[in-house]
Design a binder for this molecule. Structure first.
Ligand SMILES: Cc1cc2nc3c(=O)[nH]c(=O)nc-3n(C[C@H](O)[C@H](O)[C@H](O)COP(=O)(O)OP(=O)(O)OC[C@H]3O[C@@H](n4cnc5c(N)ncnc54)[C@H](O)[C@@H]3O)c2cc1C
Length: 433
């Protein structure tokens, strides 16, 4: 099956992956003298920072994804194909996808990263990741399913293991999930699962280091821990998960090497990511975290027409000598810089080296509880929470999504509830090819 891309009159830029980096680049190359081909394995862009709200039944998936075709409705020079890139043929300036192969003049790799289980196959088999909207939905179903099962379960210890939840990783995602679950226990369970001993639901947050929100300020880490403890989350720091068999989590304490266990049917894995490797790229091009090493013009080491942006890119620049944080702002700024350079090439203007402008970071724990680190000001609490809401609403793509999310948040704010606790299981039906 061919990709059916018309022969270009201009140079062809193929962008693999329509996340924050790929989508920003493609949008900024609209109406330029390039043929831009955007390839993604899904037909929609996903807003990862709000995955946890889908998992916690706070938002519907449709509010945080956006179809690529709608973005490029009016652009003549940007083509989109749903295709998964499986191999790059660097010698031929070509790539292979599950739908066919194509040539490129410039290839921009924006494939992001996937969940890192650090080689632990058993954990990979049983823990629940949250790196796609499909996984967030799976988690939502698993949580709601287990509460339903708990209602029918006569064995007390089994019932507890259906209700208790272990979250691994004390970064922004782990903290946000733990806070949202604690709020669900407080506000929703008494109304909808009153037959369960919901007060006995244990929510564990496991962190390998001695501070939550590593990468943010100490203040943010300390304050988020205080918030979570107040909400009844059990925080185990300096602990490593060494095993999980779907029933029992085994942990090792980093400080005194003692081993302990927690019984739980659900382990949410938010403990790290690893770059999505593409066959055909030389092993030497990859650095720490399986990220592609680039220079400040985003060119992958050893190539002058292959670029990498966002989570998959590893660039040693300024104070970021081990690469930039894998966050949306980095992906967006890298893409904007490369777009500018592509445009400069057309005008024979010099290209600009990338320099990251750190706009700050933030995480929310729950209602009126968030932490914000700006370079000139670090603050926590109610104002931080409103800032978090505003920034995330503003960053969402599509007016309809912004309106839907705003209404949802307003409704939850007023009612202390999110009425979306539906267990929707996809039905698989064969179709003629
Ligand atoms: C749960 C969660 C919460 C987060 N919260 C925040 C936050 O609050 N703030 C923040 O700044 N950052 C946050 N991040 C990080 C942020 O989302 C990433 O840094 C950002 O998405 C990286 O953008 P990217 O374009 O590099 O990759 P991605 O956004 O991951 O996009 C990669 C794209 O490539 C596609 N793709 C992958 N492989 C292939 C292939 N072989 N062929 C075709 N297509 C492919 C994927 O479908 C995807 O569309 C969060 C991440 C997660 C998972």
């Amino acid at each position: 099956m061919p990709l059916n891309i018309p022969d270009p009159t201009f140079e062809r830029v193929v962008i693999v992956g329509g996340g924050f980096a790929g989508l920003t680049l493609a949008r900024q190359l609209v109406d330029t003298q390039y043929q831009v081909v955007l390839l993604d394995k899904n037909n929609y862009h996903q807003f990862q920072p709000l995955f946890y709200q889908v998992a916690m039944a706070g938002l519907e998936p449709s509010s945080i994804v956006f179809p690529f075709r709608k973005v490029f409705q009016k652009s003549e020079n940007v083509l989109f194909r749903v295709a998964e890139v499986t191999e790059i043929l660097t010698d031929e300036n070509a790539l292979i996808t599950d739908k066919g192969r194509m040539k490129y003049n410039h290839l921009v790799i924006c494939v992001g990263a996937d969940t890192n289980y650090y080689g632990n196959q058993k954990v990979a088999e049983f823990a629940i990741p949250m790196k796609s909207v499909a996984e967030a939905l799976f988690l939502r179903n698993a949580i709601l399913d287990d509460y339903e099962k708990a209602l029918l379960c006569s064995d007390e210890s089994e019932r507890e293991s259906l209700m208790d939840i272990v979250i691994v990783g004390g970064g922004p995602t782990g903290v946000e999930v733990a806070g949202a679950l604690a709020e669900m226990r407080e506000n929703v369970m008494p109304k909808e699962y009153k037959e369960l001993n919901y007060k006995g639901i244990d929510i564990y947050l496991i962190q390998s280091g001695d501070m939550l929100l590593k990468g943010m300020s100490d203040n943010a880490g300390i304050q988020s821990e205080k918030f979570l403890k107040k909400m009844g989350v059990i925080i185990q720091k300096n602990s490593l998960v060494t095993d999980y068999d779907g029933e029992t989590v085994t942990l090792k304490d980093n400080t005194n090497q003692t081993v302990s266990t927690i019984r739980s049917k659900k382990v949410i894995w938010a403990a790290g990511i690893i770059g999505n490797a593409l066959n055909g790229m030389p092993k030497t091009a990859y650095g720490a975290g399986r990220r592609l090493k680039t220079n400040e013009l985003h060119q992958v080491e050893g190539f002058n027409n292959i670029y990498a942006l966002g989570d998959i890119a590893l660039l040693n620049e300024g104070k970021f000598d081990k690469g930039h944080p894998q966050v949306a702002q980095v992906a967006i700024q890298m893409a904007a810089n490369l777009a500018k350079n592509f445009k400069n090439r057309l005008k024979n203007k010099p290209e600009t080296a990338f320099a990251y402008r750190d706009l700050g970071s933030m995480a929310t724990v729950g209602r009126h509880k968030a932490v914000v680190d700006l370079s000139f000001w670090k603050f926590q609490g109610v104002f931080a929470w409103f800032v978090w809401l505003f920034v995330h609403l503003f960053a969402l793509i599509g007016l309809k999504n912004k309106v839907f999310v705003f209404i949802n948040w307003l409704w939850s704010y007023m009612t202390y509830d999110q009425a979306l606790r539906l267990i929707i299981r996809p039905r698989v039906k064969k179709r003629a090819v």
